[in-house]
Design a protein around this ligand. Sequence first.
Ligand code: PEP
Length: 252
Amino acid sequence: MRKPLIVGNWKMHGTQAEVSQLLGGLAVKAVADSKVEVVVCPPYLYVAAAAAQLDDSAISIGAQNLCANEEVQGAYTGEISAKMLVDAGCHYVIVGHSERREYYREDNALVAEKFLMAQRAGLCPILCVGESLQQRDSGEALSFVAEQLAAVIDQLGISVFADAVVAYEPIWAIGTGRTATPEQAQEVHEFIRDTFAERDKGVAAGLRILYGGSVKADNAKLLFAKPDIDGALVGGASLSPDGFSAIWQAVE
Ligand code: PEP
């Protein structure tokens, strides 16, 4: 049985005061024995404070990125290691988000390195995959997603996905207000699960596959009704306690 997972990606938003207010608003809405697991990924600078503030709550913390070169420490100016994230209170980390692939030129090989560093340190990687609008329109969505998955599977093996999460995030739906229909999302989620099942049925059955791309309270219920959608990676709507909690309540 896969426990639904809702992850908020705050991207580069908020001041200390705003983050603290947001966390306070979320903490009162989180239920201790919920059927849904809830995670927030604040900007690096606020991770430790967020972990401290959410210490007694049912919400756990993730990071949005990590260093690919070294898992503990070293001469990598400006980088944050996986072990540092664990030390600061993280349990999850997002790897391969399309914004990092596009703006910071992170390719599949680098994403696989980050995935490895995360797991070595005991973090659960959330591997993001998803096609552009052009790829979708030219019928290449599934083959592109397959390529992104294969880059990690071929490098690290299938068993690493026993402790990982995959997020399907069509680029054309991120921050655009244009959500994939539940049927479009389910088609890709089923394809992802089948891709894993061809190699290991147990890993495929246990793998949580999140949908991301303009998820909001009013479209969450129909998305979560699909059999292979196990939760969501949420950007914009995770910046409001009411908007974000309404999404996890839609799963419950
Ligand atoms: C995201 O950045 O991962 C995302 C899904 O953003 P939004 O929900 O704003 O589309």
